[in-house]
Design a protein around this ligand. Structure first.
Ligand code: NOJ
Length: 756
C-alpha cells in the first residue's frame, strides 16, 4: 500500500469537515434503521426498472455495506499466502463478494469460466459438463449452438450455487502462440464478437451475470502481468476493441473483467481510456468492471479511472478497495459520487439479470449431466473442421478389418486446456498425462475415449492402440493396419504460451513415420489453436477437433464415420510458418519474470487473415476454411444498399450426395478507399441442406465493417465509392464471386449508428 497510504493520511489531515460529517450522518441514520423496525423494501418491487430499484436500495446502504460490494475474495484457500476463503464462498471456486443480506442483496458467488463450471485444483473439485473450447465454438460459426452452450453451462453454474460466471473471453488472436487462444473466439472481430456474445446471452438467461473478458489486449500470456501493449486508438477500435464491442452489444454482459497487462503505458484496471472513455462513456456500459485476480495496482487511480470492484483477494499486493478506499473516499480523493457509481454498477446488473429476485439455491442433483453432455457434443460436432480428405478417405468405411488408433491417450479420453478455466469432468478424469503438477496443470483428459467410440462403431474390426511415444512402434502398427487414426495434441494453458507452432513431444516425427508406413492415415488434431503440419502432404485426411469437451470422443467418432458431416470452419488462419506472423518471434519469450516488455502491435487492425492478405502471404489453411463430406455451390450473389446498409443475398446448393452444412461467408473490400487490409468479413450464414437441396440466404453488413474509425471525432466514416461484396467459402477462396455496390459518404457514431 505504501504510497497510497501516505496520500490517504495526508488527505485525512486536510479533509473537509463537511464530507466527514455527511458520512457520520449517514452512518447514524442507518444504525438507527438497523436497530429499529425494518423499512419496507421498495426496491423489491419488480415493477420498477433496474435503475429505480438500484437507486432505492443504494440510498439505504451504509458506506461499509457499499464497500463490501466492491471488494472480492478468492473462493479457494491460498495457504502460501496465509489466506483462507470466506466460509460463505463455494469450495475451490474463483471468487466471492459479500452482499447486503439485510437489504435482500445476495452475495456474489463467482465461477470460472467460458467452457463450463471450473474448479480451482485441489481435493474437492466439482464434476461438471465441459463444452468444447471457446475457439471450437467459434469454429461452429453457429450462433444458436453458442447460445445453447452458454445456456447449458449457466444452468449448471446456478445449480452449483453460483450467480456470476467468469466467461466471455474474447481476446482476438493476434498471437497464435497465446496459451489462452483456446478460451477465445479466434481472430475476426465480427465472428468472435457474435459467438462470444451469444454465449454470454445464453449464460445470463439463467438469472446470472456473465463477464466479458479480458479487457483488453491480453493477447499473450508471456509477461502478462507486466507487458505493455502499444496500439493506436484507430487500430484498437477496429480490431480487439471492436470484437469486445460487438460481444458487449450481442451479449449485454453484466460485468467486464479488466486484464493484467498495461495498455499504452497504463494498467488495464486503472486505464482511464479503456474503462471510463471507451467502455463506459462511448459504449454506454452500465454494469461493473471487476479486476482480474491480481490485476489491481492502486486505490485512487484505479477507482477514479474506472475500476469498480477489486477481485481475488489475496492476489493483489494490497487490499486497495478495502480500508484504503474508505480512507480515500472520506478524504475526498475518490468522490462520493464515484463511490456510489461503483456500488450502483454492481447492483444494477443484479436487478437487471434477476440475481436479487431469484436467489441461488444450490441443487446439484437437479443437473441432468447426460442431456448437458449432448449439448456439449453437438457443439463439438458442429466445430470439428475437416482440413483435408484425399480420395474420400473419410467418412470411414466400416469394412476395415484392422484399425490402428495411435497417440494422444485416445484409448482413455480427450484433452482439455489448462488454467483457471479447467472444468473437471463428471465421474472423474480419464487419467493425468504429464503437464505441470500445479497450476496451470495438470494436463487433464476427459473420459470420452475416441478409441472406444470407434470400436463401438466398427464391431467387426480389430482396433489396436499404440501410445505413439515410439515412432517406430507406431509405424509398425500402421504398416500392419488397414487404416490408421493418429491422434496428436498440443496442450495449451493459461499463464504460458507455446514456444512455437510445432506439435510437442516429437509428434510430427511420429506422424511422418506412420504416414510413410500407411498412406491411409487420418490425423485428428486436438490443439488450442493453429499448428504447423510438416507431414500434411503425406497423410490422407486431417480433422481439427480442438479440445472437444465432455463428449469429445463420441463427437470425433461420429464425424469419422459420417454420422455427422463435418461443418466447422477455421476461426483463425493456420500459418505455413512462424516467419509469416507480424511477430515471428514471440515477444518476451523465453519469459523473464516481471519483465516490463513492450509489445508493439505494429500490424494495427490487420490481424489474422487481414495481415496475410495485406502481405500477400499464403497460409497453410486460410481463415474460414473447412471441408465437408458433401459439396456446395454458392451463387446468385446480389447486393443492394438500403438505408446505407449493404444487404447481400445468395443461394447455397448442396451438390453432393449427403446432407451437410455450409458456412457461406460474405467479405467486403473497398475499390478505392484505403483500409488496414484488402478485405473484411462482413457477415456469414451457416445453412443446413439435404443432398441436392438449395436455399437462399441473406446477410446485412454491420456498417462499421465498411467504415474506418476516426479518433478525433469518435465516429466511423464510410468513404463514398465502390465496394466489392464477395461470396466465398473461406478468406482465400479462388471460386469467390463478387458484385460491386456504391456507397455514399456517411458518418456513424461511435457505436455504429448513422448520424447523417
Ligand atoms: C485469472 C484469469 O485470467 C481469469 O480469466 C479468471 O477468471 C480469474 N483468474 C479467476 O480465476
Amino acid at each position: 500500500m505504501g504510497f497510497q497510504k501516505k496520500i490517504s493520511v495526508l488527505a485525512m489531515a486536510i479533509a473537509l469537515t463537511s464530507t466527514a460529517s455527511s458520512f457520520a450522518a449517514e452512518e447514524a441514520k442507518t444504525d438507527a434503521k438497523k436497530a429499529g423496525a425494518e423499512a419496507p423494501k421498495a426496491w423489491m418491487n419488480k415493477k420498477l426498472t433496474p435503475e429505480q430499484r438500484t437507486d432505492l436500495v443504494l440510498k439505504e446502504m451504509t458506506m461499509d455495506e457499499k464497500l463490501k460490494l466492491v471488494f472480492g475474495y478468492f473462493g479457494t484457500d491460498a495457504p502460501w499466502k496465509g489466506f483462507k476463503r470466506p466460509v460463505e464462498s463455494i469450495t475451490q471456486s474463483a471468487g466471492f463478494v459479500y452482499g447486503v443480506p439485510r437489504l435482500g442483496i445476495p452475495n456474489l458467488w463467482e465461477a470460472d469460466a467460458g467452457v463450463g463450471v471450473a474448479s480451482q485444483g485441489g481435493p474437492d473439485v466439482r464434476g461438471a459438463t465441459a463444452l468444447p473450447s471457446g475457439i471450437a465454438t467459434a469454429a461452429t460459426w453457429d450462433l444458436k449452438t453458442a447460445f445453447a452452450g452458454g445456456a447449458m453451462i449457466g444452468s449448471e453454474s446456478r445449480a452449483f450455487g453460483f450467480n456470476v460466471q467468469l466467461a466471455g473471453g474474447v481476446n482476438i488472436m493476434r498471437e497464435p502462440r497465446n496459451g489462452r487462444n483456446f478460451e477465445y473466439g479466434g481472430e475476426d472481430p465480427l465472428l468472435a464478437g457474435l459467438i462470444v456474445g451469444e454465449q454470454i446471452r445464453g449464460i445470463q438467461s439463467n438469472h446470472m451475470v456473465s463477464t466479458l473478458k479480458h479487457y483488453a489486449f491480453n493477447n499473450q500470456e508471456t509477461n502478462r502481468f507486466s507487458l505493455n501493449a502499444n496500439i493506436d486508438d484507430k487500430s484498437a477500435r477496429m480490431s480487439d476493441l471492436l470484437a469486445l464491442q460487438i460481444a458487449k452489444e450481442q451479449g449485454n454482459p453484466g460485468s467486464v473483467m479488466c486484464s493484467y497487462n498495461r495498455v499504452n503505458g497504463h494498467y488495464a484496471c486503472e486505464n482511464d481510456y479503456l474503462l471510463n472513455e471507451v467502455l463506459k462513456k462511448d459504449w454506454g456500459f452500465k454494469g461493473w468492471v471487476m479486476s482480474d485476480w491480481g490485476a489491481t495496482h492502486s486505490t485512487v487511480p484505479a477507482a477514479n479511472n474506472g475500476l469498480d470492484q477489486q477481485s481475488g483477494i489475496p492476489f493483489d499486493a494490497s487490499e486497495y478497495f478495502g480500508a484504503a478506499l474508505k480512507e480515500a473516499i472520506q478524504n475526498g480523493w475518490v468522490s462520493e459520487e464515484r463511490f456510489n457509481d461503483m456500488a450502483r454498477r454492481v447492483l444494477h446488473p443484479m436487478f437487471e439479470f434477476g440475481l436479487v429476485d431469484n436467489p441461488v439455491s444450490p441443487n446439484v442433483k437437479s443437473i441432468d449431466f447426460k442431456t448437458n453432455g449432448l449439448v456439449s457434443q453437438k457443439d463439438s460436432e458442429e466445430s470439428i473442421v475437416l482440413l483435408k480428405n484425399d480420395a474420400n478417405l473419410l467418412p470411414m468405411a466400416k469394412f476395415y478389418k484392422k484399425i490402428a488408433v495411435i497417440g494422444s491417450h485416445a484409448d482413455v479420453g480427450v484433452l482439455s486446456g489448462g488454467g483457471s478455466s479447467q472444468v473437471y469432468p463428471v465421474g472423474g478424469v480419464a487419467g493425468y498425462r504429464g503437464g505441470p503438477a500445479v497450476f496451470p496443470g495438470p494436463m487433464l483428459y476427459y473420459p470420452s475415449s475416441p478409441m472406444k467410440a470407434v470400436q463401438a462403431r466398427a464391431l467387426e474390426s480389430k482396433v489396436t492402440y499404440n501410445d505413439g511415444t515410439d515412432a517406430k512402434a507406431a509405424a509398425k502398427l500402421a504398416a500392419e493396419s488397414d487404416i490408421v487414426l493418429v491422434f496428436v495434441n498440443q496442450w495449451t494453458a493459461e499463464s504460458v504460451d507455446v514456444p512455437n507452432l510445432s506439435l510437442p513431444d516429437n509428434q510430427d516425427e511420429m506422424v511422418a513415420a506412420v504416414a510413410k508406413a500407411n498412406s491411409k492415415t487420418v490425423v485428428v488434431l486436438q490443439t488450442g489453436g493453429p499448428v504447423l503440419m510438416p507431414w500434411l502432404s503425406n497423410v490422407g485426411a486431417v480433422l481439427e477437433a480442438w479440445y472437444p469437451g465432455s463428449n469429445g470422443g463420441e463427437a470425433i467418432a461420429r464425424v469419422l464415420f459420417g454420422e455427422v458431416n463435418p461443418s466447422g470452419h477455421l476461426p483463425a488462419t493456420f500459418p505455413a510458418s512462424e516467419s509469416q506472423l507480424p511477430r515471428p518471434v514471440l515477444d518476451g519469450y523465453p519469459e523473464v519474470k516481471d519483465a516490463r516488455i513492450e509489445v508493439n502491435y505494429k500490424e494495427g487492425a490487420a490481424v489474422g487473415y487481414k495481415w496475410f492478405d495485406l502481405k500477400g502471404l499464403k497460409p497453410l489453411f486460410p481463415f474460414g476454411y473447412g471441408l465437408s463430406y458433401s459439396e456446395f455451390a454458392l451463387g446468385d450473389l446480389k447486393a443492394e444498399v438500403k438505408n446505407g446498409l449493404i444487404n447481400a443475398s445468395f443461394s447455397v446448393k448442396n451438390t453432393g450426395g449427403v446432407a451437410g452444412k455450409e458456412v457461406a461467408q460474405v467479405y467486403v473490400s473497398p475499390v478505392t478507399a484505403q483500409w488496414e487490409s484488402p478485405k473484411r468479413l462482413g457477415g456469414f450464414q451457416k445453412v443446413d441442406l439435404k443432398a441436392g437441396a438449395s436455399t437462399t440466404a441473406k446477410v446485412t453488413v454491420d456498417p462499421r465493417l465498411v467504415a474506418v474509425y476516426e479518433t478525433a471525432s469518435k465516429t466511423w466514416k464510410i468513404a463514398e465509392g465502390d465496394y466489392k461484396v464477395s461470396l466465398a467459402s473461406h478468406a482465400m477462396d479462388a471460386k469467390a464471386t463478387s458484385v460491386t455496390v456504391h456507397l455514399s459518404a456517411a458518418t456513424l457514431d461511435v457505436n455504429g449508428k448513422f448520424v447523417k
